[in-house]
Design a binder for this molecule. Structure first.
Ligand SMILES: O=C(O)CCC(=O)C(=O)O
Length: 244
């Protein structure tokens, strides 16, 4: 799925974008399916293996091209720790502040990556993901203390050059991958349509439960690494910019 050049670029920058996973038509069908099943005020993905929404989101995160891309980066896959749906409703200004996805520093955190699959156009106007390339190995000044405090402080941000921000615009059906230690944020949605991103939080084959901060993984076709229990279902949050 990825060329050696793309793999090298990911490890240099902590981010890779524009990987085609679904055709635009398949992405549109996934949105229609999702919107038939979604309920108002949904906060989590249902966790019954056969639930149709669970099956839909699980199949998007475990799409063979997503698994192939993660495997190319990590030298195999351990599994998916959890997922998140990030839905930005039209015309809502609220964004997400600069943060990282783990307090574990490099190199312990090396095998932790996120896949971000766009189901609708993700653009500067709709609040696409923004990243600071090249910082996944950095020891952040005043960095996050633990998994419940991952937002970067003013001091941490002052030590980073946020003018180097990269906007990860994606067409429907395209994927970006960002390392857990790559600082990222996003703005509100100024367009008239929803911005929907499906995020998988992946663990590589050499990661321990202590570093993953979880003892369970959704398997991605192979065995989960030593110390983890395999799960049949995906745990995922349903995050909307309607709530805080
Ligand atoms: O989709 C977004 O706007 C934010 C995603 C994010 O923060 C994440 O994947 O950790």
């Amino acid at each position: 799925v990825l060329t050696p050049g793309q793999v090298a670029r990911f490890w240099a920058e902590g981010v890779l974008s524009g990987i085609r996973v679904l055709t635009p038509e398949q992405a549109a069908r996934a949105v229609a399916h999702l919107e038939r099943l979604e309920v108002a005020g949904q906060e989590r993905l249902p966790e019954t293996a056969e639930d149709p929404l669970q099956r839909l989101i699980r199949s998007l995160i475990l799409h063979p091209r997503v698994v192939g891309a993660v495997s190319a980066l990590l030298g195999g896959v351990g599994g998916v720790r959890n997922g998140d749906l990030f839905i930005k409703e039209p015309g809502l200004d609220r964004g997400i502040r600069w943060h990282v996805d783990t307090a574990k520093p490099w190199p312990d955190a090396r095998g932790l990556v996120n896949t971000w699959l766009a189901l609708t156009p993700s653009t500067v106007d709709s609040g696409c993901l923004q990243v600071l390339p090249g910082h996944h190995r950095s020891l952040l000044v005043d960095g996050p203390r633990d998994k419940d405090h991952l937002t970067l402080s003013t001091q941490a941000l002052a030590a980073l050059d946020t003018s180097k921000v990269r906007h990860l615009e994606l067409e429907p059906g395209c994927l970006s991958i960002h390392h857990f230690r790559t600082p990222h944020r996003s703005d509100g949605n100024r367009t008239g349509t929803r911005r929907i991103g499906v995020v998988g939080r992946w663990v590589g084959p050499l990661v321990t439960p202590e570093v993953a901060e979880s003892g369970q993984l959704l398997a991605a076709g192979g065995p989960v690494p030593p110390g983890f229990q395999p799960r049949q279902t995906l745990r995922a949050g349903w995050r909307s910019n309607r709530e805080g």
